[in-house]
Design a protein around this ligand. Structure first.
Ligand SMILES: Cc1cc2nc3c(=O)[nH]c(=O)nc-3n(C[C@H](O)[C@H](O)[C@H](O)COP(=O)(O)OP(=O)(O)OC[C@H]3O[C@@H](n4cnc5c(N)ncnc54)[C@H](O)[C@@H]3O)c2cc1C
Length: 383
């Protein structure tokens, strides 16, 4: 096979959310840079709906997500056995097809490559078909590294777009409907009304295991739609996910678990909100850093990710309480109580920006889990 070497300024390995946002941000702020993005699939971004709150993104970084937003709602609902609530924070969703479209329009032809990365170093990427990309800067954004070096629970889900005969009647998303029977840990259903007839319904569990029983979860979605009185005319796109809910572990070991002397982004860099498993807000922040300085000093992403990891011990402690102190079928009580707190506290929590006062407020009062077990869970996590 002919050996082909492509020379460029920046090469991104993996064309998912984090690499896609970096590529878009660089294409807009530094169009002079020769940038390549390579993914094993024909389509960038995979098959996802990525959602976020307006308050997750700093106003000065909004330009990075604005062209990607497919759906936007002025607020959202939550339902728990003890209470329901409407919150006014604006909620947005990005579909991965849109990320692919926007990147293909933003990058010159030939800069998006399809190929499987077999090896990479600080200045090269090798592909399975024999091509090599040689670059001044390589960023590894191929999804999670070795999660087994961390302690985690799992957030796992199956989502389906349902077309409802006569309409579903929802005017805003239901971000958590925890009035459903509690199975396999904390269970809730998430609903995004894409248009008057189409609702994206995702059945989610905060579970101790990563196994995903897709047929069983599909059946639960059918049951949920029935209970809502929805007559399903069609089932459209489906997504599945198993995200780590990180309880603890050593960040440096995680970093070392995949090519340690290389710049990383997204889940590969451990960048996600530990409780929600969501990584879009962090991915936007890192894309903004690359846009501000496309020639970072070596180790920038390690320092960036380690600093964020250190600042998020509180969220990992809450995960320990959720998974280790609460009985699986009682986990919903923690979220039920959380959603009784102020809206400002909730938005800062999702963005990973809780203040000290927020943290005290979350822990204050009668905890919804046995105190002795909560303390044990926290102490075990520290070992
Ligand atoms: C179904 C689903 C829904 C989610 N919803 C949300 C949400 O609403 N909000 C939110 O903030 N987070 C969400 N997340 C969590 C998180 O934001 C996503 O997992 C996000 O896609 C992670 O970004 P990433 O760039 O690290 O990895 P990915 O987006 O997974 O990108 C990794 C890319 O690397 C490619 N790749 C892997 N190995 C190779 C290789 N050897 N060669 C070439 N390419 C390779 C893959 O094909 C993939 O495209 C969701 C996750 C899932 C699974």
């Amino acid at each position: 096979m002919e050996k082909v070497t492509l020379d460029c300024d920046i090469a991104l390995a993996g064309g998912g959310l984090s690499a896609g946002l970096i590529a878009y941000a660089l294409s807009q702020r530094h169009p002079e840079l020769d940038l390549r993005i390579v993914d094993q699939s024909e389509k960038l971004g995979g098959n996802h709906v990525w959602s976020f709150f307006d308050s997750d993104i700093a106003p000065e970084n909004r330009w990075i997500v604005e062209p990607l937003i497919c759906h936007r709602w002025e607020g959202y609902d939550v339902h728990f056995p003890a209470h329901s609530r409407t919150l006014n924070t604006v909620y947005n969703s990005i579909e991965s097809d849109r990320l692919d479209e926007v990147l293909r329009a933003a990058l010159p032809p030939g800069h998006i490559l399809t190929g499987t990365v077999t090896d990479l170093g600080p200045s090269h990427i090798s592909l399975a078909d024999g091509r090599t990309i040689s670059a001044r800067l390589v960023v590894d954004a191929r999804g999670p590294g070795d999660l087994s070096v961390l302690q985690s629970g799992w957030q796992k889900f199956v989502g389906q777009a349902l077309t409802i005969k006569g309409g579903h009647g929802l005017i805003r998303p239901i971000v958590m409907d925890a009035t459903v029977p509690q199975l396999d840990g904390y269970r809730f259903v998430y609903c995004l009304p894409f248009d008057a007839q189409t609702v994206f319904v995702e059945d989610t569990n905060y579970s101790d295991t990563p196994d995903l029983d897709v047929p069983a979860i599909r059946a639960r979605i059918v049951k949920y739609a029935d209970a809502k009185g929805w007559s399903v005319a069609q089932t459209g796109r489906e997504e599945t996910g198993v995200l780590p809910v990180i309880i603890g572990g050593n960040f440096r070991n995680y970093w070392k678990s995949s090519n340690q002397n290389i710049e990383k982004a997204g889940l590969r860099a451990g960048l996600c909100q530990p409780v929600t498993g969501y990584s879009l807000p962090d991915a936007v922040r890192l894309a903004a850093r690359f846009a501000a300085d496309p020639h970072p000093k070596p180790g920038m992403t390690f320092e960036h990710a380690e600093q964020i990891w250190r600042a998020r011990g509180f969220y990992r402690m809450l995960d320990a309480m959720l998974f280790r102190a609460a009985e699986p079928q009682e986990r919903y009580r923690i979220l039920q109580r959380f959603y009784g707190l102020s809206e400002g506290l909730i938005t800062r929590f999702y963005a990973g920006h809780s203040t000290w006062a927020d943290k005290l407020r979350v822990l204050a009062g009668k905890p919804p889990v046995p105190v002795g077990r909560a303390i044990r869970a926290i102490l075990e996590k520290r070992q």
